[in-house]
Write a protein that binds this ligand. Structure first.
Ligand code: FES
Length: 105
């Protein structure tokens, strides 16, 4: 089973915002929803827009390219149900935010 990897520190991402971090070579969009962290793949499944640069409202991020909306808590696309983004498991240890690599990567 993959080990968790430190990708950011608590305080790097303010509540209601997100940031692109890297898990090895994989870009991940990490969000702070009212103090709880969620991570999904950074690439929008529509045309690879950077979801980590999207606007977060509640638990929904809006892709900055064509404004498709994704629930960051489960990776589901609210605009087009055929789309879904990969999720990553998040753990907070002290001041560190850690992610677990997916099985594929
Ligand atoms: S690239 Fe994200 S909505 Fe088109």
């Amino acid at each position: 089973m993959s080990e968790f990897v430190r990708v950011a520190r608590v305080g790097d991402i303010k509540p209601g915002s997100g940031k692109t971090v890297y898990l090895g070579a994989t870009p991940v969009a990490l969000f702070n929803v009212a103090g709880q962290y969620f991570a999904i793949h950074n690439s929008c499944p529509h045309e690879d827009g950077p979801l980590g640069e999207g606007t977060l409202c509640g638990c929904v991020v809006t892709c900055p390219v064509h404004a498709y909306e994704f629930d960051v808590t489960n990776g589901e696309c609210l605009t087009e149900s055929a789309y879904r983004v990969e999720q990553f498991e998040v753990r907070v240890e002290g001041d560190d935010i850690l992610l677990r690599p997916s099985a594929e990567g």
